[in-house]
Design a protein around this ligand. Structure first.
Ligand SMILES: NC(=O)c1ccc[n+]([C@@H]2O[C@H](COP(=O)([O-])OP(=O)(O)OC[C@H]3O[C@@H](n4cnc5c(N)ncnc54)[C@H](OP(=O)(O)O)[C@@H]3O)[C@@H](O)[C@H]2O)c1
Length: 253
């Protein structure tokens, strides 16, 4: 199914590679003008934008560390100037390093590092896009969570804790922003190999897939499709939801 996002402006944080790249591509296929955000690797972001443009889509890039308040304000102003309009769709996707640490190895700063990416950055970005969305009386805020919240992976509590916070954040924001026509949802990928997983042993992938009810690995496009749906007018009555896209690997909240 093809969703129609013509005339919409979408900002995808960490859109240069991994899931963000495919989310950006999918939103552009649906007709949105997509702004591909990145922090460090300009070339990767430009490649994503060029690949979208060469398929007939509309895309531009914006550099900015989404964990930094000033940088976020600046990048949103830059996007709005480039696009000549305010942001309709915000996808909170970017991630930093995800260290696996036992409790003994973990420090409070290891937890804070993850909270900064998965709670602080979405807060800064949401605050920056809200004036435009409220003025229009509509908007979409879509955050990329993770199935680790249901799985409770050991030696990963810094990441699991921060991803868990996104459920409460999504529900509270949905209640607060519903009266303004703004929907807020969480999309939880299963393990979906992207560039940074190139070293993962194929045996690990096969073992994971064996435990998934659909008996296969997901693809980045599965996440892109879910995001495109939630961004579309077809999803106008869906808000405050936590949606797993993981072949049925987890059930529940
Ligand atoms: N892939 C999976 O299996 C999986 C599973 C569950 C959940 N997720 C979630 O899905 C999302 C995407 O994950 P991924 O695997 O696609 O990650 P990824 O391939 O590592 O990509 C991360 C992206 O974030 C950007 N980024 C890093 N620091 C940034 C900063 N300070 N400001 C702005 N952008 C920044 C990177 O750009 P630069 O390289 O330029 O810094 C890059 O574009 C994350 O929220 C992750 O937790 C992924």
């Amino acid at each position: 199914m093809s969703y129609h996002l013509d005339g919409k402006i979408a900002l995808v944080t960490g859109g240069s590679k991994g899931l963000g790249k495919v989310i950006s591509t999918r939103l552009a296929e649906a007709g949105a003008m997509v702004i591909v955000n990145y922090a460090n690797y300009k070339e990767a972001a430009e490649q994503t934008a060029v690949s979208i443009q060469s398929s007939g889509g509309k895309a531009a890039t914006v550099r900015g560390d989404i964990t930094d308040e000033q940088a976020v304000a600046q990048l949103v102003t830059e996007v709005e100037a480039t696009c000549g309009g305010t942001i309709d769709i915000l996808v909170n996707n970017a991630t930093g390093p995800q260290p696996e640490l036992s409790i003994e190895e973990s420090t409070w700063n290891d937890y804070l590092d993850q909270l900064v990416f998965f709670v602080k950055a979405p807060l800064l970005l949401t605050k920056a896009v809200l004036p435009g969305m409220k003025k229009k009386g509509e908007g979409r805020i879509i955050t990329i969570g993770s199935e680790v919240v249901q799985l409770g992976n050991p030696n990963f509590s810094n990441y699991v804790t921060a991803k868990s916070s996104q459920i409460g954040m999504t529900r509270s924001w949905a209640n607060e922003l519903g009266p303004f026509g703004i929907t807020v949802n969480l999309v939880n990928p299963g393990f979906i190999p992207v560039e940074r997983h190139s070293e993962v042993n194929p045996l690990t992938l096969r073992e994971y897939a064996k435990g998934v009810p659909l008996r296969k690995m997901g693809e980045p496009r599965d996440i892109g499709n879910a995001v495109a749906f939630l961004a579309s007018s077809e999803a106008r009555f869906i808000t405050g939801q936590s949606i797993s896209v993981n072949g049925g690997n987890t059930f529940g909240i």
